[in-house]
Design a binder for this molecule. Structure first.
Ligand SMILES: [Zn+2]
Length: 514
């Protein structure tokens, strides 16, 4: 089996991809290696834990031709682990005058024993009109079919062939091309080519593209071309990208850009090097700037690789901890465009599929976006099928004692209101009937209360919806609501029937209820 998933959270997956030159763990950052003028020693990358690399088949063909066919790509770039080859569609687009035949490139990738191969595609980039983008997609699809015909008739090797999904911001095209490549039998998909999108920080559009692809291809591994910014890694992993490549480490270094966990800075604008990698620990900013250019680029590129590596490991740990949502949220606060992308998560129901039904840790609920986390949506689905035959209702603020039916408040309420349906409520999760208050995450969440004093009904539509539905489905004869400041502000916006009695929450309110 090509791809084995061990753990997941949201659509992020810890797994293994199997290739002829060995397996590697995902999510993985796959550094771009230049087949002719690689500047950072490839052994350094290997030592740092990058188990797979990507290089360019088109440049390799132009530079080495038959020598590469003879020696194989592993000897050419001096790497014995899994190697992915990009067909060079992007280079053809940028510099090429005569386009090589797709079958010729495919045969070459096969001859040089690439482990993961991409057919010659025509990258849509960003900003093309729909008709033009569609033409590009059609051409890529045609090439991909020709490539598969060739590799199947040759029956050569165990290389993994990756279907290049194009279409850019035209999501219908992304879906169509993903569907066709999936049907053809491609075992892995690669989403191209978001470089321009990422350069303009259009993380929202990128998220929509990944979600469109994931709506068609759910279990096969997904590669994302050209994503090497430390900020975007948690986002794209959470949305379902298993591998992603980039040359950012060296490109940024040539531009004197220093990566840090939340972005990049020009080296000469820094006062301190906050990183403690083996490069930075021995240098002050001035010493770094005073290095001779080639050495500075080499050291800066290595530092950038440490940052990328550390980011990938942090994301993997977040998946293991069941805290990927929290981690993406934390990153989202580093840039407004990333926050914009994070807010789109409310539309992506597929994030529920990879989120465990139960987590060892409580989820943190801090911001209105958190009402949409998969665990909360899932609880509301359980709640929607909950029915009660009691004709009276008490609503009480979530005590944060887990579960609610173990709290003192519940015991007091059930003694006084024995024929009432007793429910807690939580701004993010909704209404929590005592009977199902031990279901995850009703009993396993932490909320920060004070922030929600000024909540209004527009900001908590999931809550308002649950409350209104529950009241209208059950036609209770008597409703007692103990309203904390959150619910109080919500109720101000709602028209409640007169039989509903509301009492302001105080510590001893239960003793004072009629
Ligand atoms: Zn460093």
């Amino acid at each position: 089996m090509l791809f084995e998933v061990r753990y997941s959270d949201l659509a992020g997956r810890i797994g293994k991809i199997k290739t002829p030159s060995g397996t590697f763990e995902t999510p993985a950052f796959i550094p771009v290696i230049h087949p002719v003028s690689q500047s950072v020693d490839i052994n350094f990358l290997k030592k740092l834990g990058f188990e797979a690399v990507i290089t360019n088949a088109y440049i390799t063909l132009k530079q080495y031709g038959d020598i590469a066919r003879e020696k194989g790509i592993h000897k050419i770039i001096n790497f014995d682990g899994p190697i992915m080859t990009d067909s060079g569609g992007y280079q053809v687009l940028e510099y090429g005058s005569i386009e090589p035949e797709p079958s010729f490139i495919a045969q070459f990738e096969s001859d040089i024993k690439s482990d993961i191969c991409v057919p010659l595609d025509k990258p849509t980039g960003y900003g093309l009109r729909h008709e033009v983008a569609e033409m590009y997609v059609n051409e890529t699809i045609k090439n991909s079919q020709e490539t598969l015909n060739l590799t199947r008739s040759n029956n050569n090797g165990n290389s993994v062939w990756v279907g290049p999904v194009q279409g850019a911001e035209h999501l219908d095209l992304v879906k169509r091309s993903a569907g066709l490549l999936d049907e053809m039998g491609y075992e892995m998909m690669a989403l191209g080519s978001p470089v321009q999108l990422l350069e303009s920080y259009e993380f929202g559009i990128l998220s929509e593209m990944i979600a469109a692809l994931k709506s068609v291809v759910t279990s096969k591994p997904i590669h994302l071309f050209g994503a090497g910014h430390p900020l975007t890694i948690p986002l794209v992993v959470a949305l379902g990208c298993d591998t992603f490549d980039s040359a950012s480490y060296i490109l940024y270094a040539r531009d004197d850009r220093y990566m840090h966990p939340n972005g990049t800075s020009k080296l000469d604008k820094l006062t301190y090097l906050s990183c403690q990698c083996p490069i930075c620990i021995n240098l002050k900013v001035k010493e770094f700037l005073d290095l001779e250019r080639d050495e500075r680029i080499d050291k800066l590129a290595k530092h950038n690789l440490y940052i990328l590596r550390s980011e990938v490991l942090s994301v993997r740990q977040a998946i293991m901890d069941g805290r990927l949502w929290e981690y993406v949220g934390q990153k989202a606060r580093a840039h407004p465009k990333l926050m914009e992308a994070f807010k789109l998560f409310m539309n992506y129901e597929y994030l529920e599929d990879g989120t465990p039904l139960f987590k060892k840790k409580a989820i943190f609920l801090m911001d209105t976006i958190d009402q949409y986390r998969p665990e909360a949506s899932r609880f509301r689905k359980v709640f929607n099928s909950f029915s009660t035959n009691k004709k009276k209702l008490v609503l009480y603020p979530d005590t944060q004692v887990s579960p609610f039916y173990c709290s003192q408040e519940y015991h007091k309420l059930s003694r006084r209101f024995s024929d009432y349906q007793i429910c807690a409520y939580n701004p993010f999760i909704g209404i929590i009937p005592a009977e199902i208050s031990d279901i995850y995450p009703a009993a396993h969440n932490l909320i920060s209360r004070r922030k929600y004093e000024f909540g209004n009904s527009n900001e908590y539509p999931t809550f308002v919806n649950s409350l209104e539905k529950f009241l209208s489905n059950n036609s209770f004869d008597d409703v007692i609501i103990v309203a904390d400041e959150f619910l109080d502000s919500i109720l101000r916006d709602l028209k409640l029937e007169s039989k509903i009695k509301t009492y302001k929450y105080t510590d001893d309110i239960i003793e004072h209820l009629p």
